[in-house]
Design a protein around this ligand. Structure first.
Ligand code: ATP
Ligand code: MG
Length: 350
């Protein structure tokens, strides 16, 4: 069936990106809650129809690791895109904090009986492993079943629900849509693989050139960087590079690749389990050697040496994940509550 605006009741705004607004809507005929993304494009109806036709392949993107697509339509010069509503929001909103600012609201840290005093919804290795395996399976599905790469893997494009499911959204299926979106804002945090940065020379004004100059392994880099960001609670390149795109891109191309933090790294205590050692001193939980190695293989700067999806899925860390019963619904509930409590007093993310 085809969705149109008349069937939708608009509810609140869920978030805003560089080129669109996402609202929660209710689809009256089916009573299904959906997320509707509005993308403003200055195009004629022929071109808008072309984009809708390209978006149609999304009906085939049915996987437990991909946000379900319900349909798209246009009104005036906006494309509206309806997808599964994910009631936990993005992994970025649950795990990533600008400048690593995860200090607890005073009301929480002063209540001794509260489960929230020790740590913000600790992200244990089993949770990180399940996030990594879900993202990898989603990306492998896009490649194997739709023949597309994602092109925009980052924590805001990984969504969570209270069932504990982890799903990808916002992948590039429509070349015409990609071309029409004015990518004016490169963003202060780049997830681009080094070869994408090298490939986009200023002389190539044709967007297609930039898109053909890299392959699916560029998504593997972005996957690894996203996992590191989720584990650390903040974007892994130094904050000094947030305001300076050039400094950040050269750190990605020329600097050392990021990895999972060590025990004695301050960052690790933000999201890892906090336990006590013999002296009663809290210590950050060590990420396993398997987890570190998996991430390291994603973040190999030379694209030819970087891991592939079959390689990542066959890795010992993914075997550990398959054998573990990670309680993602429990983690999601705690992370959502912590975020939403924090939001009352603090602007944590967005
Ligand atoms: P960018 O524009 O750089 O891609 P972004 O991914 O944050 O950044 P949008 O894709 O416009 O921007 O999404 C904005 C926010 O809306 C997301 O960060 C997420 O929190 C929320 N959101 C998007 N899709 C859904 C959905 N299906 N269910 C629930 N929340 C969603
Ligand atoms: Mg997005």
């Amino acid at each position: 069936f085809a969705i149109n605006m008349e069937q939708l009741v608009l509810e609140h705004e869920l978030g805003r990106g560089n080129y669109g607004t996402v609202k929660k809507v209710l689809h009256k005929p089916t009573k299904v809650a959906m997320a509707m993304k509005e993308i403003r494009l200055e195009l004629d109806s022929t071109r808008l129809n072309g984009i809708l036709m390209e978006l149609d392949v999304l009906h085939r993107a049915v996987s437990p690791f991909i946000v379900e697509f319900y349909g798209a339509f246009f009104v005036e010069s906006c494309v509206y895109y309806c997808m599964e509503y994910m009631d936990g929001g993005s992994l970025a909103s649950l795990c990533c904090f600008p400048n690593g600012n995860v200090s607890l609201p005073p009301s929480l840290s002063s209540s001794p009986g509260s489960a929230w005093t020790s740590s913000p919804a600790p992200l244990a290795e089993e949770h990180l492993g399940r996030i990594a395996s879900s993202m990898t399976k989603g990306l492998a599905f896009l490649k194997d079943h739709l023949g597309v790469m994602h092109r925009d893997v980052k924590p805001t494009n990984v969504l969570v629900n209270r069932k504990g499911e982890i799903k990808l959204c916002d992948f590039g299926v429509s070349g015409q849509l990609e071309k029409s979106i004015a990518r004016t804002n490169v963003g202060c945090q780049s997830y681009m693989a080094p070869e994408r940065i090298k490939g986009s020379s200023p002389s190539s004004s044709n967007v297609d050139d930039a898109f053909t100059s890299y392959t699916v392994s560029a998504d593997v880099w972005s996957l690894g960087l996203s996992i590191v960001e989720i584990a650390r609670g903040k974007y892994p390149y130094p904050p000094e590079t947030y305001e300076n795109v050039f400094a950040q891109l050269s750190a990605i191309v020329d600097g050392e690749a990021p990895g999972l933090p060590d025990d004695d790294d301050d960052d690790s205590s933000l999201t890892a389990d906090v336990s006590e050692n013999g002296d009663g001193r809290p210590v950050g939980r060590k990420w396993s050697p398997e987890a570190r190695d998996w991430v390291r293989r994603c973040l190999i700067k030379n694209a030819d040496e970087r891991a592939t999806y079959p390689g990542l899925l066959a890795h010992p860390w993914m075997k550990m994940d398959a054998e573990r019963n990670a309680d993602m619904a429990d983690w999601a509930a705690r992370a959502i509550e912590w975020r939403d409590r924090g939001r009352r007093g603090f602007a944590i993310y967005e």
